[in-house]
Design a protein around this ligand. Structure first.
Ligand SMILES: Cc1cc2nc3c(=O)[nH]c(=O)nc-3n(C[C@H](O)[C@H](O)[C@H](O)COP(=O)(O)OP(=O)(O)OC[C@H]3O[C@@H](n4cnc5c(N)ncnc54)[C@H](O)[C@@H]3O)c2cc1C
Length: 368
């Protein structure tokens, strides 16, 4: 396993549970890459039928895992409120509710008064929302470490501070050392294309900000309906309102998207737009000091779907990368698909749309 972010950790765990001898090679610290910079919203998203299938499967797996997780993972089944600003957006809420019901995903349309009762710090005048109670939040780096610890308990071995220099047919090179394996998984996140150059995975920068403590300030993950548009369009720059209650009482504020390569510096304009947008939905946020801001790089693919499956051009190589802004959510679904594909079993959802072969223009050959 190359990479011990949440995707690599989840895949290592799944393969260790299959009885495989897993070695996890991590160039820095486990869970310290994009995973540590993410927001930790576990969310069903419906940008495409494939995304809906993978996120819904993943939410099921997270809820099933919840009783086993330790307190440090900070799993909170707070649900998501998708906010509608006007009647047209309420129509979109109704359409979203119909789609979710068709897929047996629990949800409830909330009117303006109901929304105010649920979240008094939202501005008045919002039209309503869709409540998705099965969504949740967690603390991503600790979730990654929990998954990794579970893999280690099943015999996996972690080599932190170990940079893979190259992936070759049937093995990986670390300095002078060649480590051979029947299955190599490139789970190096936004850096995965450095090892497998044909992968069309690019870093998509995001800013987050966290406030001082204000327990009870908000109770659900709050997301504007327009978030999907912001996440979908590969424009150079976009912001959307997205806030999360943390167990500390802090409010985590997102989110932005930029295509600026690996420039990790704070873009004050983008940060300002993001905070202005947050204040537009929650004016009371203006009274909460922001104590810290940071940036991270989502591993983005052109078709907004992760790459999960065998990489035909290189013997023994599999890919689990390119999860953009949903990798915390979809880590478990990814691990489930990868383990089923490696073991030659049917997968719980159609794995073909995620097959890495699609980026080579080849027919996706994943099992079902
Ligand atoms: C601002 C922001 C907000 C987000 N919010 C959410 C959210 O609310 N919900 C959600 O589901 N997702 C969210 N995401 C997305 C999520 O964080 C990512 O999709 C996910 O963390 C990707 O995990 P990963 O394991 O693929 O990558 P990473 O966490 O980056 O892990 C890859 C690992 O590979 C290691 N590595 C790289 N190259 C090598 C090498 N050559 N040798 C050895 N190791 C190597 C790296 O050191 C790193 O630890 C957000 C992301 C950002 C930036």
């Amino acid at each position: 396993m190359v990479g011990a972010g949440i995707v690599g950790a989840a895949c290592a765990r799944a393969l260790a549970h299959e009885g495989m001898r897993v070695i996890v090679l991590e160039s820095r610290i486990a869970g310290g890459g994009t995973t540590a910079a993410g927001m930790g919203h576990l969310v069903v998203m419906d940008d495409s039928p494939e995304q809906l299938a993978l996120t819904a499967l993943s939410l099921e797996l997270w809820r099933a895992l919840r009783p086993s997780l330790d307190a440090a993972v900070e799993f909170d089944g707070c649900g998501t409120l998708w906010l509608a600003e006007d009647a047209a957006q309420m129509d979109a809420v109704a359409a979203k509710a119909r789609l979710y019901h068709q897929h047996d995903i629990a949800c409830e349309i909330v009117d303006a008064a109901g929304l105010r009762a649920l979240e008094p710090n939202l501005r008045s005048g919002l039209a309503g929302a869709l409540l998705v109670p099965g969504d949740g939040v967690l603390y991503p780096p600790r979730a990654a470490l929990w998954l990794l610890d579970d893999a280690l308990a099943r015999g996996a071995v972690l080599r932190p501070g170990c940079t893979v220099d190259a992936i070759v047919p049937g093995g990986v090179r670390v300095g002078e050392e060649l480590l051979e394996a029947d299955v190599i998984v490139n789970a190096a996140g936004a850096e995965s294309a450095a090892l497998t150059p044909e992968l069309p995975i690019v870093p998509r920068k995001g800013h987050l900000a966290i406030t001082d403590r204000a327990p009870g300030f908000c109770r659900h993950q709050l997301v504007e309906l327009g978030y999907l548009t912001s996440a979908h369009a590969m424009t150079s720059e976009s912001v959307a309102f997205n806030v999360q209650p943390r167990p500390t009482g802090q409010v985590l504020i997102g989110s932005s998207r930029e295509l600026v390569g690996w420039d990790a510096r704070t873009n004050r304009d983008v940060l300002r737009q993001m905070l202005d947008r947050a204040a537009r939905f929650m004016p009371a946020l203006l009274d909460l000091p922001v104590v810290r801001t940071w940036t991270g790089f989502r591993p983005a693919t052109p078709d907004k779907l992760p790459l999960i499956g065998r990489w035909e051009p290189t013997a023994a190589l599999w890919i689990a990368a390119g999860h953009e802004g949903l990798g915390i959510t979809t880590s478990l679904g990814t691990a489930r698909l990868l383990a089923d594909l490696v073991m030659g079993r049917p997968t719980p959802i159609d794995a073909a749309p995620f097959a890495p072969a699609r980026v080579l223009g080849a027919t996706a050959g994943a099992a079902r």
